[in-house]
Ligand binder design. Structure first.
Ligand code: ZN
Ligand code: ZN
Length: 151
């Protein structure tokens, strides 16, 4: 049961991320996301990184409540689901796609290639309007099909 809560949270976070990205980051908090679309190569940290802090605080608070109130124990598994998604996000978005840690590696696995292509498409829009491909671990299906064919 706890595993189920964990997995459901993990999968739901992709939806939460999609909505946050589309409606918040490309909405009223565009000024924090702006520097992620208009990159300044010399800066290692971006204002955009505040979104990690935001989700980390949510995850930590849920963990805290879950571990202090017995009847709320399920919150621990929700918080771990958010944490696991956050880690995947850092690995996929920051390390694999934007190469913030190792600058010279190329991805050969078609799944990552598809994510990379879709995300490049997302970044081709420099303003907040009419963006596309807001998801991270799941993108429109044709990207997977194409990457699989060209693998
Ligand atoms: Zn964006
Ligand atoms: Zn990006």
């Amino acid at each position: 049961m706890n595993i189920l809560v964990f997995l459901t949270t993990y999968i739901a976070m992709e939806g939460v991320t999609w909505c946050t990205h589309k409606f918040v980051m490309h909405g009223f908090l565009w000024n924090l996301h702006y520097d992620h679309h208009n990159k300044n190569k010399s800066k290692f940290m971006e204002k955009n990184d505040w979104f990690f802090v935001f989700f980390a605080i949510i995850s930590m608070s849920l963990f805290y409540i879950g571990s202090t109130i017995e009847s709320m124990e399920f919150l621990i598994y929700i918080s771990l689901g958010i944490l696991a998604y956050g880690i995947s996000y850092v690995i996929v978005h920051e390390i694999i796609i934007h190469k913030r840690l190792f600058s010279n590696w190329t991805q050969k696995f078609f799944y990552f290639k598809a994510l990379q292509k879709a995300h490049r498409k997302h970044h081709s829009h420099l303003g907040p309007e009419d963006g596309e491909c807001f998801g991270m671990l799941w993108v429109p299906f044709h990207y997977f099909k194409e990457a699989y064919k060209n693998r």
